[in-house]
Ligand binder design. Structure first.
Ligand code: FAD
Length: 298
């Protein structure tokens, strides 16, 4: 099938892009890498009256690290971010997550900001952004005046394919905090084939001081509520990093993280994956944190 007839705009500056979006309101849809939107249009699961292609807008392809914040613009492709050594040094979880996103050809074109805005519960980036406490930087020009707001991940994801971004707003960038000393992270998921959307995935973040666990959190892919973080640290209490009871944590996660069934997996199987993958992700995140502390000390 082919998309429904639509109007196509290709602004060449940020103010022009924001003006077009303000004029179109509900009728406009931003086109970034097109890796999610174009299939939806082609299958006529979406039929917006107008597309605003942002690929000719300059200045949206930058990756910067400044004052404890890593920022990437709306035209930074998944592979740009994955291959950026500065981004990896600042927040290693992004590369770890992006290596699980789709296939190389899709990552060459798809944007990481687009993946966040698309708000797919099966995608890696919404879970990563939520766990890291990042935010989406949105700009608009309603009434001819340019305004900017930062939307924290905890408020950004409303539900499947639904975000807090307004129709006239462009997500110009996403910001995440630089990894703190003693912070360790991991993403563990299970997909039928590498590059497919995960049937279930867990993103974990541990912070250790000395070799004592200070905090432990997780977010879930294809399971649980988008935008919510599970505090696993409250369950384990103050223990040594090598004393974390992985079996107990897996069982706890299974109890508190809700799952649904679909054509890829039953709810029961997903709950089993939540349990097993939580234990694996926690082990990897805690080990990563301990390695970070040892590296700092040597
Ligand atoms: C076969 C296949 C497998 C895939 N597997 C995975 C996977 O395993 N994991 C995963 O996470 N993703 C996967 N994807 C999706 C891929 O990561 C997309 O790149 C990503 O979801 C969307 O980025 P995009 O730039 O292509 O956005 P687009 O397709 O251009 O847009 C997606 C949506 O976001 C909106 N949007 C995009 N950018 C902005 C912006 N700056 N401001 C406002 N609105 C915006 C659009 O209007 C649209 O609604 C897969 C895609 C395909 C085709």
């Amino acid at each position: 099938m082919k998309p429904s007839p639509l109007r196509y705009f290709r602004p060449t500056s940020l103010p022009d892009a924001l003006d077009v979006l303000a004029r179109l309101g509900d009728e406009g849809k931003v086109l970034a890498g097109g890796q999610s939107l174009i299939p939806l249009l082609s299958m006529r699961l979406a039929a917006p009256p107008a597309l605003v292609d942002i690929n000719s807008v300059p200045g949206l392809d930058e990756i910067t690290v400044d004052a404890g914040t890593l920022r990437f613009g709306a035209l930074v492709r998944h592979t740009d971010l994955e291959r950026s050594d500065a981004a990896f040094a600042a927040q290693p979880l992004l590369r770890r997550a992006l290596l699980n996103v789709a296939h190389l050809t899709i990552r060459n074109r798809g944007t990481t900001v687009g993946s966040v805005v698309h708000s797919d519960p099966s995608a890696e980036l919404p879970a990563v952004l939520t766990l890291l406490g990042g935010s989406v930087v949105a700009q608009s020009r309603a009434g001819g005046r340019q305004t900017e707001r930062k939307i924290p991940a905890s408020e950004f994801f409303i539900g499947p394919l639904e975000s807090a971004l307004r129709p006239e707003e462009l997500a110009v960038a996403v910001e995440v905090p630089v990894a703190a000393p003693g912070e360790g992270t991991a993403l563990v998921e299970l997909a039928r084939r590498h590059g497919d959307y995960a049937m279930c995935g867990v993103v974990a973040r541990a912070v250790v001081e000395g070799e004592q666990l200070k905090s432990l959190h997780a977010t879930y892919i294809s399971a649980g509520d988008m935008g919510s973080v599970v505090d696993l640290g409250a369950e384990v209490g103050a223990v040594g990093a090598d004393q974390v009871d992985l079996d107990a944590l897996g069982a706890f996660a299974r109890k508190v993280v809700e799952t649904d069934g679909d054509i890829h997996a039953t709810a029961e199987y997903r709950s089993h994956l939540v349990q097993v993958l939580t234990a694996r992700a926690v082990r990897a995140a805690v080990d990563d944190a301990v390695n970070d502390v040892r590296k700092e000390a040597s």
